[in-house]
Structure formats: structure tokens, C-alpha cells
Ligand binder design. Structure first.
Ligand code: PLP
Length: 416
């Protein structure tokens, strides 16, 4: 039942919390007293189990067992092991996902590999206003002469029309975010993947705002490649490594441009010549960050235990409640779809930055995205309906009283 339907039936936020099958999960996270955290779409909260796990990896594994931990505690297997745990969250097989590097670096590897898999084609097709790093990585490849970046608002139309009447035949790979980082608009993964394939192109999805928030089915959609963030809904911690997905059917022919030793078929043979590992491991480059991987594994285990279907349903109910509660705030304009969307909401307001800072000063943490977007994430694992109602009331009060209009709330910080 959505929160809007629930409130129509007279259910209060407290009633909704009492009926919430995921209410128990909040205790699994360390949420500071007095804080309403609406930014789990940017940095997921800290699972309580993470500190103990990291302490153990540091003291017992690194401290006691030193380098023998690569074998003894299977540090060497961590990228594939955690990748295999992410796989069911995104509709992939265990041997199609690996944890490595950042989303940005994985995009570089996959885009370059996609260009090689489609010889004679050099276009990376994406949309304007994608998350900047996605476009920047493509621009980097273009600046090396390896690709051409083309942007189109209507991707299926661009694929169908192609340029110069070539029916999209120059497109090697389509790169899109499944959930848009600002608006939370969702692309139809199956339909766009099919359109890419019909044009002979590969499909690469950025799942950074989707993984752990929405049910995903890469295999069902026939997707070729994907990347996603470890530090948002997977709660892996600041700078957590990202993951890369490469469909099994492409793995043997895939050539990583970052041919580091960890992606070698036999890293400890110390050969002069590079030979890629047989499967998904060829997407590895350098030595994996074991402490960060250990933290990410805790977050992934927790999200897998809670179940993405339940999480997505609760997130939707939370954001519906917020939407209804802020509907009459003057000057606040919804910049997200009312229909299918990701787990956050975006609103335009001319004073978005100062309002965001005023909310943070009162313990309601959302974020601001240039030029005028207030963004609120509804990470369902640790948010209560009562939190969302209180945050909406706080927002209404700040706008009504002009409490945002203080010099300290206008001062731009390095990270918004
Ligand atoms: C859609 C999207 N892609 C990529 C990134 C950046 O990923 P990374 O910092 O791991 O390179 C983000 C970060 O917020 C994002 O929202």
C-alpha cells in the first residue's frame, strides 16, 4: 500500500512505522540521534556491523596474519566474492560481476572494451545531463582519438535515425544511467537495450542510483555491460569500490585497456607478457582495496538480507508521503516524475542551496545539485515514516519563515 493510500485511510506516519516489515532494520545502522538522513542516495549510512568487521580485518587479518591473509582470509578472492553477492541484486550471474576501482574507471574500461567489440564503429551514444563523470570518461576516450561522443535526448530515435541516414550503424555502445541522478527518472532498461541491439550497438547501464534501491534484471533485459556505486544504497562507505558487470557472452573477447596485473591470467607467474584472465577477473587492474571491500561486503550482505523488492516498495511509500506533505510549499517545484522513479526526489527552488543548508543545521540532511535542485533520498533500510513527515514539516517551516536567509546558509562549501 502506498503512503498516499494509507493516509487516505487515516493511517498516520506512526501507524505506517508500526506496520512496516522493515522497521527492525534501522537498528542495524548507526544513525546519530536527532538526525534525519535523506542523503543515502549519495553516501549510504554506516551499518553497525561494519566497524567490528573492519576492526577484525585490521587487527586479526592484517595485524596478525599479515601477507598470508591474501590466501588465509581469501583477500585475493574478495573482488569476485563481493561481485557474486551483488549479482542477484542486479539480475546477473555470479561470474558476471566484479568489484573494482570506481564507477569512473570501470566506465573507461567497459567503454573502451565495447569499442573494440564493435570494430568499425566509434560512437558512444549518451544523453545530455547524464552524471558528469559518465560523459567525462567518454570525452577522455574521444580525446585519445578512440571514440566520438554523441548526445541525444531521445536515444531510441537517435539509434533508429543514425547520423547521415546511416541508421545508427556507427554507434558502438549506448551509455545511460538507469535512474537519473538529479530527477530520479527511470529508463526502460529492456526497451532501450533492445533498441541498442537492433542498431547493432552494445548497451552499458550506469546503475549507481538503482542498485540496492530498485529491482533490476540485467539478464532479462539482455544488457551487455553495467557499472554501479558501492557507497550509495549498498552502504559500502565513503569511496567504496564500484562494481562492473560484463555479460558472460562478451567476456572471452573483451580486452581491458587497463591491463593491470590483477587482471592477468596468472598474476603470480610474473610473466612479461600480458594475458587476460579467462572470465570477469580481466576487469581487475591493480591490487584490490581490502579494507574498503570488507566494508562494502557488510553493506551488500545487509541489503541482500533485507531484500530489494521490500526496500523498493518502502522507499516508494516514503517518498509518496513526503511528496504529499510538501505539495503546498510555495516556490517548491517537483523535478521528479510522479510515476516510475528511483528512490529520491528532486525539487527546484530559487533558494535551494540556502534551504538545504538550513535543513542540515536542523539535522535534516539532504543535498543540493546545481543550479537550483534540492534532492532528498529515501533510503528505506533506515528511514522511518515519522522521519519523513518531520523532515517535510521542517522544510515547510524553513520556507515559510525565511529561516534559510542567513549569511552562513548562503556560503558555498566545496561539496554540496
Ligand atoms: C550516476 C553516477 N555515476 C557515477 C558516479 C561517480 O562514481 P565514482 O565516484 O565511483 O567514479 C556517481 C556518483 O554520484 C553517479 O551518481
Amino acid at each position: 500500500m502506498s503512503a498516499i493510500a494509507a493516509s487516505a485511510r487515516g493511517m498516520t506516519p506512526a501507524d505506517l512505522d508500526a506496520a512496516d516489515p522493515l522497521a527492525f532494520a534501522r537498528e542495524r545502522f548507526a544513525i546519530p540521534e536527532g538526525v534525519i538522513y535523506l542523503d543515502g542516495n549519495s553516501l549510504g549510512a554506516l551499518p553497525r556491523a561494519t566497524a567490528a568487521r573492519l576492526a577484525d580485518v585490521i587487527a586479526a587479518e592484517w595485524g596478525e596474519d599479515l601477507i598470508t591473509s591474501w590466501n588465509k582470509h581469501d583477500w585475493i578472492g574478495a573482488p569476485a566474492r563481493v561481485g557474486a553477492k551483488i549479482a542477484p541484486l542486479i539480475g546477473a550471474a555470479a561470474d558476471e560481476v566484479i568489484v573494482a576501482d570506481s564507477v569512473s574507471v570501470n566506465l573507461f574500461k567497459l567503454l573502451a572494451g565495447a569499442l573494440q567489440l564493435r570494430p568499425g564503429r566509434r560512437v558512444i551514444l549518451s544523453e545530455p545531463s547524464s552524471f558528469p563523470t559518465d560523459l567525462y570518461m567518454a570525452q577522455g576516450l574521444a580525446s585519445m582519438g578512440a571514440a566520438e561522443l554523441r548526445l541525444a535526448s531521445d536515444i531510441p530515435a537517435a539509434l533508429a535515425a543514425g547520423r547521415d541516414g546511416r541508421q545508427g550503424k556507427d554507434v558502438a555502445v549506448v551509455l545511460l544511467s538507469h535512474v537519473h541522478y538529479k530527477s530520479a527518472a527511470v529508463h526502460d532498461m529492456a526497451a532501450i537495450t533492445a533498441a541498442a541491439h537492433a542498431a547493432g550497438a552494445l548497451m552499458l547501464w550506469d546503475l549507481s542510483h538503482s542498485v540496492g534501491a530498485l529491482p533490476l534484471d540485467l539478464a532479462g533485459a539482455g544488457a551487455d555491460m553495467a557499472v554501479g556505486c558501492g557507497y550509495k544504497y549498498l552502504n559500502g562507505g565513503p569511496g567504496a569500490p564500484a562494481f562492473a558487470y560484463l555479460a558472460r557472452r562478451h567476456q572471452a573477447a573483451f580486452a581491458s585497456p587497463l591491463s593491470g596485473w590483477m587482471g592477468h591470467a596468472a598474476p603470480f607467474a610474473f610473466n612479461d607478457a600480458y594475458a587476460p584472465a579467462p572470465g570477469i577477473a580481466r576487469l581487475l587492474c591493480g591490487t584490490p582495496p581490502i579494507l574498503s571491500l570488507a566494508a562494502l561486503e557488510v553493506g551488500v550482505d545487509l541489503i541482500a538480507e533485507l531484500g530489494v523488492d521490500r526496500l523498493a516498495a518502502k522507499s516508494r511509500a516514503l517518498s509518496d508521503l513526503f511528496l504529499a506533505a510538501v505539495a503546498d510549499i510555495p516556490g517548491l517545484v517537483l523535478a521528479s516524475p510522479t510515476g516510475v522513479r528511483g528512490s529520491h526526489l528532486a525539487f527546484r527552488h530559487p533558494q535551494a542551496y540556502a534551504i538545504c543548508q538550513a535543513l542540515i543545521a536542523r539535522g535534516v540532511i539532504g543535498d543540493f545539485r546545481d543550479p537550483d535542485i534540492l534532492r532528498f533520498g529515501f533510503a528505506p533500510a533506515y528511514l522511518r515514516f515519522a522521519d519523513v513527515a518531520a523532515a517535510a514539516a521542517m522544510l515547510a517551516e524553513i520556507v515559510a519563515t525565511g529561516a534559510w536567509d542567513r549569511p552562513e546558509f548562503h556560503a558555498r562549501q566545496a561539496v554540496t
